[in-house]
Design a protein around this ligand. Structure first.
Ligand SMILES: [Zn+2]
Length: 269
């Protein structure tokens, strides 16, 4: 029997929730619910996106790779956002960015051509995508500044806080090895930085898991980049801009309590 949804949180994505009903109803027949495993590549560098994703649980990372095979993280995306919005651009453009799930999760996906068609209608979805692109530019720019200008322990604080915000959980199934990859630094450096934070009573580290135990302390330690990125990309900032544009509260509150019907959602096989 088709399980319509796995949990209440599996229904919520802030981007979809911010759409007016008419636009959401045009998309919904094409939204397919998918289970996503840790390490799953959603978009490979060098290829246009095969699907546009809206996460409802879990975290994805946008990374940029070097010819030597090293990667650095540009953006962390959770249930506040959208993945593959570059489908709106010409398919022969540069496709440099890779997107991979760094936790397991759930989401909805839809064909990029249908997403582009809806974008070209010029409605609220178009405004949301443009707003999201602006947010992405701010996040990647601030991340570049952070990587160049700030100490590793502050960068680790920023990464952990942003990760926890996206995950809605202070206990994260991540390793120091993953943190070093995403921050583009040597593992030994992350080990030292994590030990500093742990000894200060801000985090706890166990096998394959990092837990924030003193968020206020961590926020006092982090560089200004965390707040900049949070304001630019968080759900409140994102929906706040929508409020300003439409002059009303977003539909997301209603959507979060709305159960999709079998006619509007297809299950993953
Ligand atoms: Zn910074």
């Amino acid at each position: 029997m088709y399980p319509r949804y796995q949990s209440a949180s599996a229904l919520t994505n802030s981007f979809l929730g911010a759409l007016p009903d008419a636009e959401y109803q045009r998309l919904s027949p094409h939204l397919k619910k998918v289970s996503l495993r840790q390490g799953q590549v959603l978009h490979e560098a060098g290829s246009p996106p095969q699907s546009v994703y809206f996460l409802t649980e879990g975290i994805a990372s946008l990374t940029l790779g070097s010819v030597e095979g090293k990667e650095i993280e540009l953006s962390i995306v959770g249930d506040e956002g959208i993945l593959g919005e570059r489908a709106i651009f010409a398919s022969n453009g540069l496709q440099l960015i890779r997107c991979v799930m760094i936790t397991k999760g759930w989401g909805y996906k839809m064909p990029p051509d249908l997403f582009k068609k809806e974008f070209n209608r010029g409605g609220v979805l178009q405004q949301l995508v443009l707003s999201r692109l602006e947010s992405r530019i701010i996040e990647t720019s601030q991340t570049a500044l952070c990587n160049q200008m700030h100490a590793l322990d502050q960068r680790l604080c920023r990464w952990l806080l942003t990760f926890a915000d996206r995950l809605h959980n202070e206990e994260m199934a991540i390793t120091q090895e993953l943190a070093s990859q995403m921050l583009g630094v040597r593992r030994a450096g992350v080990t030292v930085a994590a030990a500093l934070l742990r000894d200060a009573g801000l985090i706890e580290c166990s096998r394959g898991r990092i837990t924030i135990v003193d968020r206020v302390g961590l926020e006092n330690q982090v560089c200004e980049c965390y707040e900049v990125i949070k304001k630019a990309t968080g759900p409140s900032g994102f929906e706040g801009r929508k409020d300003a544009e439409s002059g009303r509260r977003p539909d997301s509150v209603q959507r979060k309590n709305q159960t999709p019907t079998a006619s509007t959602m297809q299950s993953a096989s």
